[in-house]
Design a protein around this ligand. Structure first.
Ligand SMILES: Cc1cc2nc3c(=O)[nH]c(=O)nc-3n(C[C@H](O)[C@H](O)[C@H](O)COP(=O)(O)OP(=O)(O)OC[C@H]3O[C@@H](n4cnc5c(N)ncnc54)[C@H](O)[C@@H]3O)c2cc1C
Ligand code: SF4
Length: 497
């Protein structure tokens, strides 16, 4: 603890955001970094409490607390308050392969578990993390560091999202030769083609990919495993395989006339919009310009659709959620240090409020049917209000009488989540699935082996749609298990089939 009374002397300050009206005119990141002296003050707010819950990363009672990669947060807070950015970076890199991703997009469960948050604003941990890594790149401290020795063992990682990248990074540093297979044209998974540029500019991903490539990791893009290359071919070329294929099978809305033109899955929309930015944003095949847009689904994917539609100059955008608005404060069943399930004004909602004088979120509403014009284009949709009531001791959602509404619409984006991993590649490997359709692994949490010899799984494919930081944690853990397998097994236990 560098400064004993910092938590009393300084108020929390966080990275600022650009003016909402200005930022919806471009696709650049909305966050602005603070000055160095401010970061030093923010680091000095850390109390270095005896039990740093911020660092724990524990799943508990269907919630979780603390940083899932167990970042040494109090240590780097102190180093930052002393202006010792280089040592702060060294400690940060010990636990997190990609702080530039989490420093931008992590919902920061660490801050919800910060001891200061019991009766004050938490330490600005996420902004500090981002600043450490940005200064690391700016000062040339983040550089390629290929392994001194190669083991001769080869690993195939399927999928290049944060789980696959973290696994590849760890195994490469153990000296194994790693090839990452990716069906998209660019590596990054949902970092590249899910999370929009406003939250995470794609140059930030490329910057990291260049380091990984210089360190010796091979990337094979435009290769769909199970289609362009078979399991047998992969097994011939590698000693172990790690499946990190995500959980991107979209959940559909069960409403009449769903097949009408103008209704798309959110992921198709977000991916097309991001791809178009490589050339001309106006060339996106699904575009919101001048349209009434309705986003079905109240979660984060829907929020990214709202922000994207605003940048494409939609006429109006609203977002339907079936749950009530979150409470302003923690409820009794969501105490500190659990992740706070409280009301937040995400960046897209703030932009809509400023630009259209409207929070786009409509709560407790269910879509029933779509109506079309004679050409099959969606022109309106009907909804009904819902509420949660207790029945036989359980909360159930029921429709409210006379609450039907009709909404004019030109573009509908379905963002009601994901049913789990896409099955094709999992079936191709003969992988056993759990009761929720995720890749089954031994004992659930700490063991990443599947039912197939020398095949491991990690990330969303194993845990279902989650967070970047959990994907990094799983990537790190699966790599350690795979490494142990490779060095323990002098003769790899499977041969070419
Ligand atoms: C729109 C959206 C926004 C999000 N925003 C945030 C956020 O702000 N913060 C946050 O923490 N989390 C966010 N998430 C969640 C986060 O992105 C995921 O939890 C995380 O990316 C999962 O990482 P992963 O590596 O397991 O899988 P993914 O990132 O899904 O990567 C899986 C990769 O495998 C590839 N693949 C699949 N099958 C094959 C095959 N057969 N052959 C080759 N390649 C294959 C896919 O193309 C993909 O690139 C968001 C998710 C979405 C959908
Ligand atoms: S990775 Fe997320 S939880 Fe961990 S310190 Fe960074 S912002 Fe906090």
């Amino acid at each position: 603890m560098g400064y004993l009374t910092g938590f009393m002397d300084y108020n929390r300050k966080d990275n600022q955001t650009r003016d909402p009206i200005e930022r919806i005119r471009d696709w650049e990141e909305y966050s602005i970094r603070m000055e160095e002296d401010e970061f030093k003050r923010q680091g000095a707010r850390c109390m270095d409490c005896a039990t740093p819950f911020c660092h724990t990363g524990i799943e508990f009672d269907q919630s979780y607390l603390g940083c899932p990669v167990n970042n040494f947060i109090p240590e780097w807070n102190e180093l930052v308050s002393d202006g010792d950015w280089k040592h702060a970076l060294e400690r940060l890199e010990e636990t997190n392969n990609f702080p530039e991703f989490t420093g931008r997009v992590c919902p920061a469960p660490c801050e919800g578990s910060c001891t200061l948050a019991i009766n004050d604003d938490p330490v600005a941990i996420k902004s500090i993390e981002n600043e450490i890594i940005e200064r690391g790149f700016e000062n040339g401290w983040v550089e390629a560091n290929p392994p001194a020795h190669r083991t001769g063992k080869k690993v195939a990682v399927i999928g290049s999202g944060p789980a696959g990248l973290a696994a590849a990074d760890q195994l490469n540093h153990h000296g194994h030769e790693v090839t990452v297979y990716e069906r998209d044209d660019r590596p990054g998974g949902l970092l590249m083609y899910g999370i929009p540029n406003m939250k995470l500019e794609k140059e930030t991903i490329e910057r990291r990919l260049n380091v990984l490539k210089e360190e010796g990791i091979q990337f094979e893009c435009n290769v769909e495993v199970g289609v362009d290359i078979t399991e047998a071919e992969l097994r011939k070329q590698h000693d172990a395989i790690i499946v990190c294929t995500g959980a991107q099978a979209p959940r559909d809305v069960p409403a009449d006339n769903r097949e009408s033109k103008g209704i798309h899955f959110a992921m198709d929309y977000l991916k097309e919009s991001t791809k178009a930015l490589e050339t001309d944003p106006d060339t996106a095949s699904i575009h919101a310009r001048g349209k009434n847009v309705i986003v079905i689904g109240g979660g984060d994917t829907g929020a990214d659709c709202v922000a994207t539609a605003l940048r494409q100059e939609c006429k109006r955008v609203v977002q339907f959620g079936k749950h009530p608005a979150s409470p302003e404060d923690r409820t009794d069943d969501n105490p500190w240090p659990l992740f706070p399930m409280t009301f937040k004004l995400d960046y897209g909602y703030e932009e809509s409020l400023k630009a259209y004088d409207e929070d786009p979120r409509k709560y407790e509403i269910l879509t029933q049917s779509f109506d079309t014009d004679p050409n099959g284009n969606v022109v309106s949709l009907k909804t009904i209000g819902v509420e949660k009531v207790e029945e036989d001791g359980k909360l159930v959602t029921v429709e409210i009488d006379d609450s039907e509404q009709e909404w004019e619409v030109d573009l509908v984006l379905v963002a009601i989540g994901f049913t789990g991993p896409e099955k094709e590649v999992l079936d191709h490997f003969g992988l056993k699935l759990d009761e929720r359709g995720r890749v089954w692994t031994v004992d659930g949490t700490e063991d990443y082996s599947t039912n197939q010899d020398a095949v491991f799984a990690a990330g969303d494919a194993r845990r279902g749609q989650s967070l970047v930081v959990w994907a990094i944690r799983e990537g790190r853990e699966v790599a350690e298990q795979c490494h142990k397998y490779l060095v323990d097994e002098k003769e790899t236990s499977f041969q070419a089939i």
